[in-house]
Structures are given as structure tokens and as C-alpha cells.
Design a binder for this molecule. Structure first.
Ligand code: RFL
Ligand code: PHB
Length: 395
């Protein structure tokens, strides 16, 4: 068994792990990332598309914001579509000047992988059987196997950035965790295509056939979603079936403007609200999807991962430079305060926009009344806008 020594061992090279690694490196804190997959696999996962300003600021702080500023699309509003018409929510006007940036998670991840490689930092891809040891004390270790040999990393802290299905949360004794979970009775079928976006801004549509979302990755690449049954399989959905269904769920003008084309990627994602508390166990810290999941309706998952990493990087920097434990001791509580607000918003927006079979006709009437109220009330529109662009950090 070979043994390496570092300050922070990071499990997972998704957005949370890569961003933490980059921020720590810039503060002079040594770290090693251990990742189960290879880089190409990670870059093939099509996920988030909307970044809050605080996420963009953190990417700048990590020194990986150049391409984001060059290629990201700044959006000042979103459109809500219902009853055959679209209604604009003026994000910037309602929030005193804030906006969001449309820039794919794939690109964010690629920028961070490139920066990590350029800095010569260690990422062990294809690391199998990662196991966490001794995190109830001050000498935690991570073991993993790679190319047939077992390796060990000795460290001061372990950051569990390994997503919902990772080993980090699973390593915590169940009695030490409180789990809060809701699984929604539908999924999202997503299609990526090289077609021009149907509109300049994102369209969130509530339709009696189900929810639809028109998003984008650039001015020539679109990302569209339709609500589908939980048991649907991607193979059941031909490109034609997808485009036909999407068109039906849009207002007549958008339906007519919709440009279709062959899908580059097509996948189905289940929707879940999930929080595991607390987020720290001795010298193990959970961050991102390892600790919480939101349904994608509010576009909060990647942004929450970034906000956890903001708290965690500052906590480690305080520890190493100021010898202060404050950030470490308050990490879980600070993260969770923000997480629960994003969980609430994502749950509310999901409930407002989707077709819920069990609520029937009265459910649809109530949604319609709320949507009418929302687009007609500055107070209600402002509540949506300020959550969508991202709530401020309290500490
Ligand atoms: P990730 O991205 O899942 O990365 C975890 C990494 O850990 C690795 N791993 C392991 N490594 C070593 N050993 C093990 N035992 C391991 N187990 C796992 C995995 O291979 C992986 O590389 O978690 P992270 O970094 O916390 O990032 C979270 C985000 O990926 C996620 O929250 C967002 O994608 C959610 N999301 C959205 N978020 C937004 O902020 N805005 C959006 O517009 C948005 N849209 C979305 C989304 C998620 C979606 N899906 C598919 C769930 C749209 C969709 C459809
Ligand atoms: C996306 O572009 O993939 C996307 C955008 C907004 C959402 C969810 C996903 O709410």
C-alpha cells in the first residue's frame, strides 16, 4: 500500500469537489481529489444551466471565470407560460439589478478541470472502493484502489463532495444523521440539440399535459425538458415524440417558432427534495449533492453546491491561516440555513408548475389562480425573482 499525505482529501470531482480544490489551492492549502469515474464521463453528464451571481463570483475567486464571462449568457428575466400566453418576470427590475448567467455545468466543470491540470494538482480518476477512516478523530484517512493497487491518503480533513450516491454520507453511522426526503411522482425528460433557442429567455410552462422548460446552452444550442412519467424510458421517446410533446405545452407563438433538430443527448431525471443533517462529522464535511438534493425547477442544485463550498473553503482557510475553529464549528448550521430556503423555493416552484395526478382538477384550478396572482402582483413576483437570482449570504 502506498501512502500520500495532504491537508484536505476531497472525494468527488464534480463541481463541488473541483471548486473546493481550486479555492484551497489558491489559498496555499494542499488537496488531492479522488474520483470514481474518468473526466470524459463527468463531462458527458448534462445537468445544470443557470448560475447565480454569487456562484459566478466564486468561480472568479477561484480564477476560472474567464470563459464564463466570454461565453455565458446574462439573463435579466424568465417567462412563465400558462393559459396559452407568456408572462415575463423581470428578475433585474424586481431585485434591484441582479441577474443570472446561463452557462452549462459541463463548461464550468471543464474550466475547473483545465485549471487543476494547469496547476499540476492531483486528481485520481478511476479510483475504486474509496473508503473513509478515522474521521471521528484528528487523523482521518482515505483508502482507494487504482490500477489494481491499494493506496492511502493521510490528511487533516475529508471533504465529501461525491454526490447523492457517494460513499461519504454512507460512511456516517445512520444514527448520527437526520434525513428529510420527498420523491415526486414524475421525472424530467431532457433533450440537448443544436438548434437556436425558441426565445431569448427561459420559458417555464405550466400546461395541463404537464410541465415544460425551454432552456439553452448558447445561442445555437438548446436544452429543453418535458415532465414525464417516472417509469418512462428514454428509448420510448423518439426525437419526434419529444418535439411534438414540447410544442403542445407551449403558447401558440412559441410553438410556431420552435426549431427542432436531432437530439445530441436525451435523458430522464427523477425529482427529489432531500436533506441530510448535519453536514459535519468530526473531520468529515459533506458538500453539494452529497448532503442535499433539490428538484431542478428552481435551478438551485449547482448553486447550492457552490454556496456550501464557499462556506467550507473559508472555514479551512480560517483554520490554517488564523488557527480559528469558528468556520469549522459553524459550517453545518450556516450551510443548512441557506439550503432550507432553496429547498423551500424549489419545492414551491415545482408544486406550482407541474401536473400532479393526485390533486386532480382542483389542483390545476388552484395553480392557475396562483399563477394569475403571481404575474399580477409585484410582491409575489418579487418573491419569485429574489429566490431565483439567489438569496444573499447571511454571514
Ligand atoms: P456531482 O455533480 O454529482 O459530483 C459528484 C462526483 O462524485 C463522484 N463520486 C465518487 N468519487 C469517488 N468515490 C465514490 N464512491 C464516488 N461516488 C461518487 C461522482 O462520479 C461525481 O463526479 O455532485 P456535486 O459536485 O455536489 O454537484 C451538484 C450538481 O451536479 C447538481 O446539484 C446540479 O447538477 C443540479 N442541477 C441544477 N443545478 C443548478 O444549480 N441549476 C440548474 O439549472 C440545474 N439543472 C440539475 C439541473 C440536475 C439535473 N439532474 C440530471 C439531476 C438539471 C438536471 C436535469
Ligand atoms: C438547464 O438549462 O438545464 C436548466 C435551466 C433551468 C432549470 C433547470 C435546468 O430550472
Amino acid at each position: 500500500m502506498t501512502t500520500q499525505r495532504t491537508q484536505v482529501a476531497i472525494i468527488g470531482a464534480g463541481p463541488a469537489g473541483l471548486l473546493l480544490g481550486q479555492l484551497l489551492h489558491r489559498a496555499g492549502i494542499a488537496n488531492i481529489i479522488v474520483e470514481r469515474q474518468d473526466g470524459a464521463y463527468i463531462l458527458g453528464r448534462i445537468r445544470a444551466g443557470v448560475l447565480e451571481q454569487t456562484t459566478c463570483d466564486l468561480l472568479d475567486e477561484a480564477g476560472v471565470g474567464a470563459r464564463l464571462h466570454a461565453d455565458g449568457l446574462v439573463h435579466h428575466g424568465i417567462e412563465l407560460c400558462f393559459g396559452g400566453a407568456r408572462h415575463r418576470i423581470d428578475l433585474t427590475g424586481l431585485t434591484g439589478g441582479k441577474h443570472v448567467t446561463v452557462y452549462g455545468q459541463t463548461e464550468v466543470t471543464r474550466d475547473m478541470m483545465d485549471a487543476r491540470a494547469a496547476a499540476g494538482l492531483t486528481t485520481v480518476y478511476h479510483a475504486k472502493d474509496a473508503a473513509l477512516h478515522g474521521f471521528d478523530g484528528d487523523t482521518p484517512r482515505v483508502t482507494y484502489s487504482h490500477a489494481g493497487a491499494v493506496h492511502e491518503i493521510r490528511c487533516d480533513f475529508i471533504a465529501g463532495c461525491d454526490g447523492y450516491h457517494g460513499v461519504s454520507r454512507a460512511s456516517v453511522p445512520p444514527a448520527a444523521l437526520s434525513i428529510f426526503e420527498k420523491v415526486y411522482p414524475f421525472g424530467w425528460l431532457g433533450v440537448l440539440a443544436d438548434t437556436p433557442p425558441v426565445a431569448h429567455e427561459l420559458i417555464y410552462s405550466n400546461h395541463e399535459r404537464g410541465f415544460a422548460l425551454c432552456s439553452m446552452r448558447s445561442t445555437t444550442r438548446t436544452r429543453y425538458y418535458v415532465q414525464c412519467a417516472l417509469h418512462d424510458k428514454v428509448e420510448q421517446w423518439s426525437d419526434t415524440a419529444f418535439w411534438d410533446e414540447l410544442r403542445l405545452r407551449l403558447d401558440p407563438q412559441a410553438a410556431q417558432a420552435l426549431v427542432t433538430g436531432p437530439s445530441i443527448e436525451k435523458s430522464i431525471a427523477p425529482l427529489r427534495s432531500f436533506v441530510a443533517e448535519p453536514m459535519r462529522f468530526g473531520t468529515l464535511f459533506l458538500a453539494g449533492d452529497a448532503a442535499h438534493i433539490v428538484p431542478p425547477t428552481g435551478a438551485k442544485g449547482l448553486n447550492l453546491a457552490a454556496s456550501d463550498v464557499r462556506f467550507l473553503s473559508r472555514a479551512f482557510i480560517e483554520h490554517y491561516t488564523e488557527r480559528s475553529r469558528a468556520g469549522i464549528d459553524h459550517y453545518s448550521e450556516r450551510c443548512l440555513r441557506r439550503i432550507w430556503k432553496a429547498e423551500r423555493f424549489s419545492w414551491w416552484f415545482t408544486g406550482l408548475m407541474h401536473r400532479f395526478p393526485e390533486t386532480g382538477a382542483i389542483g390545476q384550478k388552484l395553480q392557475r389562480a396562483e399563477l394569475d396572482y403571481l404575474v399580477g402582483s409585484t410582491a409575489a413576483s418579487t418573491a419569485l425573482a429574489e429566490n431565483y437570482v439567489g438569496l444573499p449570504f447571511e454571514v
